[in-house]
Design a protein around this ligand. Structure first.
Ligand code: SAH
Length: 396
């Protein structure tokens, strides 16, 4: 008998709305003994066939749907999903002049657990689910077919794989090892990406549209770029005509790359592009206590909330840094602030900024809103795909 899962009565609703997750509590019984990540048929309690999904025996999300159509989950299936994702992005690639972009945004592109970023001729995969791991060879075969010139590298060194019963893993899946950082281009800005040692797959592609928008606020301004990583926002700020940009981060490796990136783009004036190895929480307090002020503060911290249990603490962290940022802004200054915690929705983030304004005793106006870049789509059936929110605020 082909392995299959049968849902508890009434637990088919989200699946019928094409949401791809099946939770363990929604399953009444399993036919056969599917292995980690194996493809199973999914049936409603009345016996109706619903989907093909990847089985994940260790995870609360017990299965993730590959397809709501009766089709083989083979190389052709992956080729068709990959081609669809590439097609969806063609105009964005053209519009923004991209040689680096998110090719596959997991569930949002109909490939649960699979993230693939393209940096020039390297495809970097992050496989987060048992199903993604099970299909790795087939996925590589499909990628080779769609992008014959590209090498494929795996960056599955993320702790969430444990929930799926998987070990962390990195290395070449096909072709060359990236011997040195790869240079990509977006909106005319060159960025060097360290595929092997960088964060995530190497770069924060999701902030591209916000970086672009940030340029509008910086002409002739003193800019503080907090959590600068490899300098993304800082490079755009210099391009936008900032008087001076201070990039602050705790990672020296990131700062070194940021410095290299500035040079790549012709910004070699040491007084204009400053790189500070500093803990942002401490640095902001120092600036506040010394009375140092800025025209623009960019606040793009790492994800503070990885789980619901961490949400309260995350809220305090966001409030603290945003309050300090507001305190060190000149009257009429601009705060560009972001949250990539998917668990924190836009309304909650807005409330946190409101609390920060109150504590800073300043009047703050929201003037513009930002979202993840256009190559990070959100499928209508999977609202969880929307995670990155930002505001431009004027501080009085
Ligand atoms: N804004 C960046 C992405 C930020 S990623 C971009 O557009 O590319 C978050 C960064 O915060 C990382 O580089 C990490 O090294 C840094 N970081 C984390 N905690 C920090 C802290 N307390 N002080 C300064 N930097 C910190």
């Amino acid at each position: 008998m082909a392995p299959a899962i049968h849902l508890v009565k009434g637990r088919d609703k989200s699946l019928r709305r094409k949401h791809p997750w099946i939770f363990s509590r929604g399953i009444s019984h399993v036919d056969g003994q599917p292995s980690l990540g194996e493809t199973v048929d999914v049936f409603a309690s009345n016996g109706e066939w619903l989907a093909k999904a990847a089985y994940s025996p260790n995870s609360q999300i017990r299965a993730r749907v590959w397809s709501f159509e009766k089709q083989e989950i083979d190389a052709n299936f992956f080729i068709s999903r990959i081609n669809q994702a590439q097609l969806l992005r063609e105009d964005i690639i053209e519009r923004d002049g991209l040689t680096g972009y998110r090719l596959i945004a997991a569930e949002s592109d109909g490939l649960p657990g699979i993230t693939i970023d393209r940096y020039d001729n390297f495809l970097v995969c992050q496989l987060l689910s048992a199903g993604a791991e099970y299909q790795k060879d087939t996925l590589v075969q499909a990628l080779k077919h769609c992008f014959p010139k590209c090498s494929i590298y795996e960056r599955s060194d993320v702790s969430v794989r444990k929930k799926e019963g998987l070990k962390e893993r990195t290395g070449v899946l096909y072709g060359e090892t990236p011997s040195e950082p790869v240079v990509i281009e977006e909106n005319g800005v060159k960025i060097s990406v360290d595929i092997i040692n960088g964060h995530k797959t190497g770069f924060y592609l999701d902030q591209r549209d916000s970086r672009y928008q940030a340029q509008k606020y910086v002409k002739d301004k003193e800019v503080l770029n907090c959590f600068s990583y490899t300098g993304g926002f800082g490079l755009y700020a210099l391009k936008g005509g900032a008087k001076r940009v201070i990039n602050a981060d705790v990672s020296q490796l990131a700062l070194d790359t940021a410095k290299h990136n500035a040079a790549l783009n012709g910004f070699t004036d040491k007084k204009k592009a400053v790189f500070l190895n500093a803990d942002v929480f401490k640095l902001l307090r120092e600036y506040r206590d010394q009375g140092t002020k800025f025209d623009v503060v960019i606040m793009d911290p790492p994800k503070f909330a990885e789980s619901k249990a961490q949400l309260n603490g995350a809220c305090r962290g966001y409030k603290d840094i945003n309050m300090l940022a507001i305190q060190i802004l000149k009257p009429g200054g601009t705060l560009l602030t972001y949250s990539c915690s998917g668990l924190m929705d836009g309304a909650l983030f807005q409330k946190i900024i409101a609390d920060a304004a109150l504590d800073a005793n300043r009047s703050v106006k929201f003037v513009e809103r930002f979202e993840q870049a256009a190559d990070h789509p959100t499928d209508t059936a999977y609202p969880e795909g929307f995670y990155l929110k930002g505001f431009a605020c004027k501080v009085i």
